[in-house]
Design a protein around this ligand. Structure first.
Ligand code: FMN
Length: 358
């Protein structure tokens, strides 16, 4: 039903407007905390096979919402009510910015894919403080990036400013160096630039949160060469990073035709076409790190089987964005239920038992 409606009606309209409309509606419908609690209670039955310890908390599902959906942290409670185990807000930058000119988000329904070049449109890390400061039960990651107008040599300070503002409010912080839509950003993945950046953010987090160690993760691109993936893995061990998120969107275009690719232009491709590459990056990280550094698998996850494949490949947690767009509002709770059944069918007691067992 949702799929039919999506393919024939919604897909005709501008993707970003539809996102804003749908998300706006969800926020209004679930504005009251009682309604959210009721909905989550109806959709999500606690299940020990799905319970997983991460970021010093107990999550009731390993499936989280990936960064970019709720950049400004305006509806994370509503999204959590749908059955996700955790929500990652952002990317938030040091300064507010409007992002790239529109249109900048494109659907490819046949490929179950999206291309976006939003360019970190967000109200800035300062503005998010008030929205994150209220009491909550939502496990929340805060993804931070570089303001476009900030020079590359001042990037560290921009990330540090956001980390200082938001660190104490986050269950974990992600340094995003992998969006293809901020010029020069992905250069920060080179180990010699990434090391001082992550070290500075770590120091900032320890300074603002001396009593609770805020977990720090890095999010990488699927387009890195194998030796660069290994370099990030080694750096994670060297710096004692708490996790790596693999992966962001890709600049590759297969299996889109030249005409389809030209319709969208520049940007990051997400969804089904990203599945195999994201899985390969995850496997490579796991081969190097084992379970010493927590891995979060993201990119093209559409089904419980996809989620299980990531867990078997070494991910403790998984995330999705595009699969949720195409799957609809019941998708997180359905996937959760189906994943529990798959884990049980394979004889696993819980998610941790299955990590890296593929
Ligand atoms: C429209 C859109 C906006 C995104 N914005 C961000 C962002 O701001 N920060 C980020 O780290 N990732 C962002 N992403 C990447 C997703 O978090 C995710 O890593 C990627 O889309 C692959 O997962 P998927 O195939 O499940 O969508 C965005 C993705 C999409 C489709």
């Amino acid at each position: 039903m949702y799929r039919l409606l999506f393919e024939h009606l919604l897909a005709r309209f501008d993707a970003e407007r539809m996102h804003q409309l749908g998300f706006g509606l969800l926020r209004v419908l679930l504005a009251i905390s009682f309604v959210r609690r009721w909905l989550r209670g109806s959709l999500v039955a606690p299940d020990p096979v799905l319970t997983v310890q991460a970021f010093g908390r107990e999550l009731d599902s390993p499936l989280g919402l990936a960064a970019g959906f709720d950049k400004d942290a305006v509806g994370y409670e509503q999204l959590y009510a749908l059955g996700f185990g955790f929500i990652e807000i952002g990317t938030l930058t040091g300064e507010a910015q409007s992002g790239n000119p529109k249109p900048r988000m494109f659907r490819f329904v046949q490929h179950r894919a999206l291309i976006n070049r939003l360019g970190f449109n967000n109200r800035g890390s300062c503005a998010a403080v008030a929205r994150l400061a209220r009491p909550r039960d939502v496990p929340l990651g805060v993804n931070i990036g570089k303001t476009k107008l900030v020079a590359e040599e001042d990037a560290v300070q921009d990330y540090v400013a956001s980390a200082e503002r938001l660190g104490v409010l986050a269950d974990y912080v992600v340094v995003n160096v992998s969006s293809p839509n901020t010029p020069g950003l992905r250069n920060l993945q080179a180990v010699e630039l990434l090391r001082p950046l992550l070290a500075a953010v770590r120091t900032a987090l320890d300074r603002v949160s001396p009593t609770r160690r805020v977990p720090l993760l890095v999010k990488i691109a699927p387009d890195l060469a194998d030796e660069d993936i290994d370099g990030v893995a080694d750096l994670a061990l060297e710096l004692g990073l708490d996790g790596i998120i693999a992966t962001n969107t890709t600049i590759a275009r297969a299996p889109l035709s030249d005409e389809e690719a030209a319709r969208a232009g520049a940007g990051g491709l997400s969804g089904a076409p990203l599945k195999q590459r994201s899985l390969a990056v995850l496997r490579r990280l796991h081969a190097r790190l084992g379970t010493r550094t927590m891995l979060i698998g993201v990119g093209g996850i559409e089904s419980a089987q996809d989620a299980l494949d990531r867990i078997l490949a070494g991910a403790t947690l998984v995330q999705a964005y595009t699969g949720f767009i195409y799957g609809g509002l019941l998708w997180p709770s359905t996937l959760r239920r189906e994943l529990a059944a798959l884990l049980r069918a394979r004889g696993f007691q819980n998610v941790r038992d299955a990590v890296g067992r593929g």
